[in-house]
Structures are given as structure tokens and as C-alpha cells.
Design a protein around this ligand. Structure first.
Ligand SMILES: NC(=O)c1ccc[n+]([C@@H]2O[C@H](COP(=O)([O-])OP(=O)(O)OC[C@H]3O[C@@H](n4cnc5c(N)ncnc54)[C@H](OP(=O)(O)O)[C@@H]3O)[C@@H](O)[C@H]2O)c1
Length: 389
């Protein structure tokens, strides 16, 4: 019998009304007027489906983009209403007759590759632009078995740290294997064994740098957050204060940052740069690149359009690479690195489910000290109580 669950939704008329109320000033935007707790009817699980209880979820930036309609108005193009949330950790309650990999009681995480192309890469992302996809900022969900990966409960991370990773870790994993793969096409390991690798603030970049560091490279984290820089410095990743360069507001700031990079790298520059933000961050990352350097991105937080000097890129043999998200088998590979390589920084407060909109607003205001986590289930299964902290 279909069941009803509490789930957050976003509707296009609410976005319009809130934009009008705050006169287009996104800083005055109240997220709780748009991201609302709703009732959602769930179908019975089909033969290949799993019914699960969501225990925790991380806040993801695509939800901020959906609420603000600041990149594309995804809610409108999905027909006027979406149920967001594409990173979750849950407990399996019931499985369909064809499900072989899971049983009731298992703890699972999701991936968000909503529509793999012929090579396995996503054409669309689940609960964002995949048609009819229903997200997981909800108490319960019905999903296909193919969307789940066993949660590595014995990896050494807390439950909240594991919940920080289902979307960001595969993104970082894909970015890193592309960056290192492209660089190695140009320069062999014998020629340049150790790379200088730079990432700009944010959860995905942090994980990208952890991958680089784990493979023995020198990693640099340019962020405006002292708390996040400190956490990465504890893992041997060098912090650079982005605010010391006024977040690259002027050309002179980019030049000063470039000089700092030269000093830090003995005049060489960065062999790989992860830039999930674009906007003013892009010229800083571009100028920081060493010869043969690679700039990778799967993000567009500050801008979607780039401008760069193609001649300089040719002369220095630079590569700009654009990625989206991992294939499903590689999402599983990334999950094997939880705890050994991926040690995410989690925001100090674990938000209650009812406060999801406040969590999203604080992510937009950039006041959090790490990846924001929302606890959805009050009563946790015994299997995770020991790591819930
Ligand atoms: N394609 C994909 O699969 C995929 C996956 C994940 C994310 N994304 C996209 O990538 C982008 C970043 O995502 P994320 O998850 O890494 O973000 P995140 O963890 O929420 O971090 C965002 C970071 O942006 C930085 N920031 C905020 N305002 C800034 C400003 N004015 N100037 C410079 N930096 C600023 C902050 O860094 P500091 O304050 O520390 O400097 C903050 O930590 C988003 O657009 C998201 O939608 C895409």
C-alpha cells in the first residue's frame, strides 16, 4: 500500500514570490519561505526497489542553486515543483523480490548518477534534473537497488562524516582521476614524480586535495575559512588564506596570489587546480598553473561563463577540463576510500530535520565550518549508534 512521508519540496511560485518580496536581493532571501516541509506519497517498492528510512543527509549546493534559481531555474523546468536531496544515508526497511545486494537492516548510502550515458557518466543528476526523480530530504524513500551502495560503517569515520560524502566524494574522485590522467598524458611520472596541487574552498575541493596528498603530492588549500584551513593543515595540506587576496576582487589580488604560489612552489606553479567556484576564482587558478598544468571543475557557484587568454593557454600547454559526476562503479570505488583518504570536515552543528532551510541558508551565507549535515531520524538503529557520537 502506498505510504505518506514527510519530505521537503521547492515550488516555482514560492521562488517567484520570495524573489519579489526581496526585490531580487538574494542576500535578503529567506530560504524557509521556499524550502518547505511537505507530505509526499511513496509508491510500494517494485521488484527491483528498496524502501528505506533516511537517517542523515548532507546539504548540497545544487539545492541552494534550485532554491535561488541563480543558475538555471531547475524547479520551473521540472514542471514547477521538486523534492530535492541527492545525498543520503539510510536504513533498508524492505526489499523487492529481485533485490539481491541488500536486506532489511542494512545501512546504505546513495549516489546521484540519475541517468548514465553509454559510458556510465550521468546525463542527469538524481533529484535535480532527472525527470520525475524524487529526492531524499525525507523521512522515507523508495529507490532502485542500482542507486545504493553499502555504507562502510567500519571505515573509522563517524556517522556524520560518512553522511558528508555520498555526493562530494565521487565528484572529487572523478575530478582527481581526470586531473592526474590528463597531466600524465603530457608529463611522465619519471619526469615529474611529485605534483603541486591546488584547490579552492569547498567540500569537493577538500576531498580532491586529500586524494592528491594520499598519492604523495604537495597539496594547497586556498580558502577564506580559518577553521577549514586548520582541519586540512592537520592532514598535511598547506593552507592559503583567500581573504588575504580579497577573494581576487582586483587584478592586483590575482597577481599577488600568483606571486605567493611561485614562492610556495619554488617558481614552478600548480600542476593541477580544482576550481568548483569559477567567477573571480578562475583567473587566480588559471594564472597559478605551471606549464602543462590542468584545471578541472564540476562547479559553477560564482559564475557559469569563463574568459581566458587562449594564446597563453597554448604556449603553456594548459588544459581546462570539465566534469560532472562519476560512473556508478567508480562511485563504489570512491566509497572504498572513506576514512583512509577521505576525512571530511563536518560543520560543528548537526542540524535537526526541521531546520533544513536554515542549514541551506547558512551554507549560502558561508558561515559553516565544514560540510553541513542534517539528522533526519531521531532513533538510530543499533548498528550505527556506536559511531553517531
Ligand atoms: N557536478 C557535480 O557533481 C557537483 C558536485 C558537487 C558540487 N558541485 C558544484 O560545485 C560548487 C561547489 O560545491 P561544493 O560542494 O564544493 O561547495 P561547498 O562545500 O558548499 O563549499 C562552497 C565554498 O565556496 C566558497 N565561497 C563561498 N563564497 C565565496 C566567494 N564569494 N568567493 C570565493 N569562494 C567562496 C567557500 O570557501 P571558503 O570560504 O572556505 O573560501 C565555501 O566553502 C557548487 O556550484 C556546486 O553546485 C557540483
Amino acid at each position: 500500500m502506498p505510504t505518506t512521508t514527510r519530505a521537503f519540496s521547492i515550488s516555482a511560485p514560492d521562488i517567484e514570490a520570495e524573489k519579489e518580496r526581496c526585490g531580487g536581493d538574494l542576500d535578503a532571501f529567506e530560504f524557509s519561505r521556499v524550502l518547505k516541509l511537505d507530505d509526499l506519497e511513496l509508491p510500494d517498492p517494485g521488484p527491483g526497489d528498496v524502501r528505506m528510512r533516511i537517517l542523515a543527509a548532507s546539504a548540497e549546493h545544487n539545492v541552494d542553486h534550485a532554491i535561488l534559481a541563480d543558475t538555471v531555474n531547475i524547479v520551473e523546468s521540472r514542471g514547477g515543483k521538486i523534492y530535492p536531496g541527492n545525498s543520503a544515508l539510510g536504513e533498508v526497511l524492505e526489499v523487492g523480490s529481485d533485490v539481491t545486494r541488500f536486506k532489511p537492516g542494512d545501512i546504505v548510502i546513495t549516489h546521484c548518477n540519475g541517468d548514465p550515458d553509454e559510458f556510465g557518466f550521468p546525463k542527469r543528476i538524481w533529484a535535480y534534473d532527472t525527470d520525475d526523480s524524487i529526492g531524499w530530504y525525507a523521512e522515507h524513500a523508495v529507490v532502485g537497488e542500482w542507486q545504493l551502495i553499502p555504507a562502510p560503517l567500519d571505515c573509522g569515520l563517524s556517522l556524520w562524516e560518512i553522511a558528508a560524502l555520498p555526493l562530494r566524494a565521487p565528484t572529487a574522485y572523478h575530478l582527481w582521476r581526470r586531473a592526474i590522467g590528463i597531466y600524465r598524458l603530457k608529463v611522465s611520472e619519471a619526469q615529474q614524480p611529485k605534483l603541486n596541487v591546488l584547490g579552492f574552498g569547498g567540500g569537493v575541493s577538500e576531498l580532491f586535495l586529500m586524494l592528491a596528498k594520499a598519492e604523495g603530492h604537495d597539496a594547497y588549500f586556498c580558502s577564506g575559512s580559518p577553521a577549514r584551513r586548520k582541519k586540512l593543515e592537520e592532514q598535511g595540506i598547506v593552507g592559503i588564506d583567500q581573504k588575504a587576496y580579497n577573494r581576487f576582487a582586483e587584478k592586483g589580488d590575482v597577481k599577488a596570489f600568483s606571486n605567493e604560489v611561485k614562492t610556495l612552489t619554488g617558481g614552478v606553479g600548480m600542476h593541477a587546480v580544482c576550481d568548483m567556484l569559477r567567477g573571480p576564482v578562475f583567473p587566480a587558478g588559471f594564472q597559478a598553473l605551471a606549464r602543462q598544468g590542468v584545471n578541472v571543475s564540476a562547479g559553477w557557484q560564482l559564475s557559469q561563463v569563463l574568459q581566458y587568454n587562449s594564446t597563453i593557454a597554448s604556449v603553456k600547454q594548459l588544459t581546462l577540463d570539465h566534469t560532472h559526476y562519476e560512473t556508478i562503479p567508480h562511485c563504489a570505488e570512491a566509497t572504498k576510500l572513506y576514512g583512509s583518504v577521505f576525512k571530511p570536515t563536518v560543520h560543528d552543528e548537526i542540524y535537526p530535520f526541521a531546520d533544513l532551510a536554515r542549514c541551506m541558508g547558512e551554507m549560502y551565507e558561508n558561515t559553516q565550518t565544514g560540510v553541513p549535515i542534517v539528522r533526519i531520524a531521531e532513533d538510530l538503529p543499533d548498528s550505527v549508534k556506536g559511531i553517531a557520537g
